[in-house]
Design a protein. Structure first.
Length: 133
């Protein structure tokens, strides 16, 4: 099963990192899908500081056991454009606009708001439902 996590204000949080690591350890395919610019596109814009900022994304991915090939930088495009049709079961994010885009894209990927007090339980229910189907 494939799941996706935003980075800023989501996977940057320790509690979310622990959950992501738990899912990796259970054999799920965990992705980081972030609105950040990748180093290449940032350098084209002369945003030299981005490379240092993105190092944290790669460091957290490594700590959580997320494969570096499973990190996708949308370069400010809607995350729904990447997620649609790729069999993700949920995407965890703090951005309500991103979550609404995912909800409206007519795909099996469930948007989950990390700001909601039951975000982890919601993710677990989605995973359980997909295991039963």
């Amino acid at each position: 099963m494939k799941v996706s996590f935003d980075f800023d204000s989501t996977l940057s949080r320790k509690d979310v990192q622990l959950f992501a690591k738990e899912l990796v350890d259970k054999g799920l395919e965990v992705w980081i899908v972030t609105s950040r610019f990748d180093d290449e596109h940032a350098m084209q814009k002369n945003w030299h500081w981005v490379k240092g900022q993105n190092k944290k994304v790669f460091d957290v991915a490594e700590q959580c056991g997320v494969n570096k090939d499973n990190i996708y930088f949308t370069c400010a495009e809607s995350k729904s454009l990447f997620l649609k049709g790729k069999s993700f079961v949920f995407h965890l994010d703090d951005d309500e606009f991103e979550l609404m885009d995912i909800l409206e894209m007519d795909d099996r990927c469930h948007p989950v708001n990390v700001e909601h007090f039951e975000w982890k339980e919601t993710c677990r229910k989605i995973l359980q439902k997909n295991l039963e189907n």
